[in-house]
Every structure is written in C-alpha cells, then in structure tokens.
Design a binder for this molecule. Structure first.
Ligand code: APR
Length: 235
C-alpha cells in the first residue's frame, strides 16, 4: 500500500523525524556514509557533558557552528507539507530528534522535541534561557557568570521528561507511525517506532540507508529522498 493511501486510511498519524529530515535544507546529518558529522568527529568527545566540562573552547566552537547552521538554513518543502497535513488533520503530531526548530518554523504545532533545541541556550548555573544568537555573537557567559550551553540533550544527559512522555503517549495512540530520515540507532528515541508497532500501528520507514527496524516496517522507502516522497504523497 502506498504512503498516500496509508495516510488517508489512518485516523491517528504520528511522524517521527531524524536528521535526514533536514539534509535537504542544507544541514548535515550524523551517520550518513557521506558527510555524516559523526564520521569526522567523535560525539563522546564533542557532544557530551565531558566535552562541556573538559574542553569548553572546542565545545562552544562546535556548537557555534551548528547554531550558525540552524539560523542560516531553513525548512524545506517537506517540512511545510507536514505542517499542511497537520492543518488538514492528516497528521496529529510530530516526534523529532532534531534540534533545528524547522518543524516549528514551517508551521507544525504538535511537536515533541526529544533532544531539545539549538534555537535556545541556557545557563549551566542559574538555568536562565537566552536566544542562541548569543553563541553567534560569541557571548558564552550568563549575566550571573555561569556558562551558557545549548538547550539540547548532550550524550550523557537524560531526555526532557515532558517531551518523552508526550512521545510515549503519541506512539501508543498512533494508527500510522511514519519515520522520516533516522538511522534509528540512538536510544531511547529509537524505542518509539517499536512502541507504536507493539500498540498496533502500521510502521513506515523512509530512509536512504537501511535501519535496524526495517524488518518490522509495513512499508520501507529507501531509494527516494524524503522531500520527493512527501511531495508524491501530497499530490
Ligand atoms: N531522505 C531520506 N533519508 C535521508 C536523507 C534524505 N534526504 N538524508 C539523510 N537520510 C538518512 C540517512 O541515510 C541516515 O540513515 O537519514 C538518516 C539520518 O540518521 P542519523 O544521521 O543517525 O540521524 P538521527 O537518526 O537523527 O540521529 C539520532 O543521534 O547524534 C544523535 O542527537 C543526535 O538526534 C541525533 C540522534
């Protein structure tokens, strides 16, 4: 059955996105064979609490680059199609691992950001939140003197409770669960497609490379880019 048919047959559809959702906006993903960030950098050395505490200059320089990326690039047509499907009642919610804020920018409303957002930074001491423009201006200190760090989940940190709970509820309610652009290699995020499947959802995986859950999916699309898949299902 084609994605378009599954979408129109479903009475509760949840979309789950990973970094592959934003590569067509110009942002690199993490594990693509060509160009994935973690093919050149070790995440435990640069995207972790260890890096924040022990190599703060490399940490702030790396995240300044990523903040520049999310401020410079923007949602592509696929993000806008998902927002439109929400308005039409075809999609009920989005669970995203992405921290670029592109689903919000494209107009989607029901979003659970499992890994936080690069659009904000917060103080390690007083937890005051600032726009991440501060990183672009290389302002790394809070008014209280504490260090500002991106409002994202670093390796070694736990996921935000509210987003996790919403994702759990949405995965359990889903009649159709559509994965867009994730290698499904990071826990606990990669639990949600499995929870959806265990609760009776049809599972669709749209990903250029194979994932460990492809065998459980009702439909796997891996020879087409997300933008093209969504455009086709939107016709
Ligand atoms: N269309 C379809 N698939 C794509 C596209 C595209 N245009 N571009 C990339 N992909 C696929 C790649 O083949 C890859 O398997 O998207 C997948 C992205 O996987 P990852 O790079 O592992 O990204 P993700 O699954 O989101 O990583 C999860 O890991 O480092 C952490 O916190 C980070 O949220 C991230 C988490």
């Amino acid at each position: 059955m084609a994605l378009k048919d599954l979408l129109h047959d479903s009475d509760y559809t949840v979309v789950f996105t990973g970094a592959g959702m934003s590569t067509e906006s110009g942002l690199p993903d993490f594990r693509s064979t060509n160009g994935g960030l973690w093919n050149q950098l070790d995440p435990s050395e640069i995207a972790s609490t260890k890096a924040l505490n022990d190599h703060v200059d490399e940490f702030t320089a790396f995240y300044r680059e990523r903040v520049l990326g999310v401020k410079e690039y923007e949602p592509h047509q696929g993000h806008f199609i998902l927002a439109d499907w929400e308005k039409q009642g075809l999609v009920q919610s989005i669970i995203t691992q992405n921290v670029d804020g592109f689903h919000q920018e494209a107009g989607s409303k029901q979003i659970a950001e499992l890994h936080g957002t690069l659009q904000k930074v917060r103080c390690q001491s007083c937890r005051k939140v600032y726009d991440s423009e501060a990183y672009i201006k290389q302002e790394y200190d809070c008014a209280c003197g504490g260090l500002l760090r991106p409002s994202i989940v670093l390796f070694g940190e736990t996921l935000p409770t509210e987003a996790f709970q919403i994702a759990q509820e949405e995965a359990e309610k889903a009649a159709l669960f559509i994965v867009l652009g994730s290698s499904l290699s990071v826990t606990p995020a990669n639990m949600f497609p499995q929870i959806a499947k265990q609760h009776g959802a049809k599972l669709v995986i749209v990903n250029l490379e194979a994932t460990s859950l492809d065998a459980y999916a009702d439909l796997v699309i891996n020879e087409q880019k997300i933008g093209s898949v969504l455009k086709e299902a939107n016709s």
